[in-house]
Design a protein. Structure first.
Length: 287
């Protein structure tokens, strides 16, 4: 099942994509389902009821007539993992970490498919891209084991971990350079975990203005989804709708020679097998 947050020009709605239509879940369920993603995940048996509603719905809105927003527009936490691909470590000539490197992206950075990635060139001139598998938490999780971790996952989406490298490395910590407004595109939807049989064997790719920049597979991850959920939950409570972005493979702009950074008017798309493509346009703000 593909779960979306969408709008037709007014308020955000909760939906599911079936073929080329979007089913408004609250309307199709006659109010048995809520109208927001987090509320759906918080509702007992919400996902199973949504599957039933999608299967029985007779019609919906044409996908081309709606605007997709970030599937979780305001997660309480976006937990990010650094240096988590073996091939990315090889690219940098660094030893792989012995435990996950956690940092955060603020929820105000979240945007959806088709939205503009924007930045002030007086603040940063080194804006980079990173394709990442994003894990969406479906249940409250605290001190859980890796063996049980997928029981707490609702599904997966695509993230572009946009990064201002000059701020990231100049600050000596990563939060500001990773959390500028619009620097966390998510989407286009959440694919529920029952449709992703092997999250550790998914093709991932970034395309910039038609040129492939990153091309790898989640099997290169040093710490897999199960371990990351376990590791994070030992430190803080994971809530429904929280997002864990799991690291990026080689090919980012900073480590190219010469470096390649995003520019005004660029079209950037990040893709993950079995989930979809998240595309955004880049805009330098004139302030």
């Amino acid at each position: 099942m593909k779960l979306v947050t969408f709008t037709t020009g007014s308020e955000a709605r909760l939906g599911a994509v079936r073929g080329e239509i979007v089913i408004d879940l609250a309307a199709a369920s006659k109010g048995k389902l809520p109208d927001s993603m987090i509320a759906l995940l918080e509702q007992e048996n919400g996902l199973s009821l949504a599957q039933k509603v999608v299967a029985e719905a007779e019609d919906g809105l044409p996908l081309e007539d709606v605007t997709l927003l970030a599937p979780v527009p305001s997660p309480s936490k976006v937990i990010a993992i650094g240096q988590n691909y073996m091939d990315h470590c090889r690219e940098q000539g660094v030893e792989p970490p012995t435990s996950p490197m956690i940092f955060a992206k603020f929820s105000t950075a979240v945007i959806g498919p088709g939205a503009e990635i924007r930045w002030d060139p007086k603040l940063t001139t080194s804006v980079d891209y990173e394709v990442e598998l994003a894990v969406v938490i479906g249940r409250v999780a605290r001190r859980i084991s890796a063996a049980d971790a997928l029981d707490y996952v609702a599904g997966y989406t695509v993230c572009n971990d946009v990064s201002a490298r000059d701020l990231q490395f100049g600050d000596k910590q990563w939060v500001r350079g990773k959390s500028l407004d619009t620097f966390c595109p998510l989407g286009p939807w959440i694919v529920t975990k029952d449709e992703i049989a092997a999250p550790q064997n998914l093709h991932v790719r970034t395309v910039l203005n038609g040129e492939v920049m990153q091309d790898s597979n989640t099997r290169e991850m040093i710490f897999g989804v199960r371990y990351l959920v376990e590791f994070a939950s030992q430190a803080f409570t994971l809530l429904p709708g929280d997002v864990i972005i799991t690291g990026t493979p080689p090919g980012v702009g900073f480590f190219r020679s010469p470096s390649v950074f995003l520019r005004d008017g660029d079209e950037i798309s990040v893709e993950i097998e079995g989930i979809g493509t998240l595309a955004n346009r880049c805009v330098e703000e004139k302030v």
